[in-house]
Design a protein around this ligand. Sequence first.
Ligand code: TQI
Ligand code: ZN
Ligand code: ZN
Length: 158
Amino acid sequence: NYSYFPGSPRWNRFALTYRRSSSATISLSLSAVRQAVGNAFQTWRQNNSFTFTEVTGSSNIVYGFHRGSHGDGIPFDGPFGVLAHAFAPQDGRLHFDGDESWSIGGSGIDMETVSLHEIGHILGLGHSNVSGAVMEPTYAGIRRILTQDDKDGLKNLY
Ligand code: TQI
Ligand code: ZN
Ligand code: ZN
């Protein structure tokens, strides 16, 4: 089943804003990245009270691409291995490894699938042992739909 971070940290509001940081760039176009991340946020809106709004100024959530050591003490490892990481509420940092071969669908690592998983962490979910769940810590190709376990995890935290 789903799990939470130690102490079950959570947000104190349902209306969250997000923006992209001007960090490293990758081979995907910025519009493709924006679409993939935007889709992932919208997918998490089901069965709960959250809203996610993209903004240009200060925001609750900041996502971006980073390579190697990037200032948070958790360096990325180049191609493969760790793909991305995100911090527990109410931190809001979501980092994608700029050295991965990111794609939308296609043969690389699916940007929307990883975004969906990392946003789960941003919202306070840990990993799940339910096969097929977005929060299952296994990359098995495109996975863009929340399972009941993912929805229950969020619902029971808030
Ligand atoms: N990144 C790990 C993850 O997000 C980082 C991590 C390890 C972590 N343990 C954690 C984050 C505990 C929070 C709490 O799980 S990853 C997948 C999946 C990764 C893995 O690069 O290994 C996805 C990122 F599920 F496919 F394996 C995204 Cl979707
Ligand atoms: Zn980082
Ligand atoms: Zn994870």
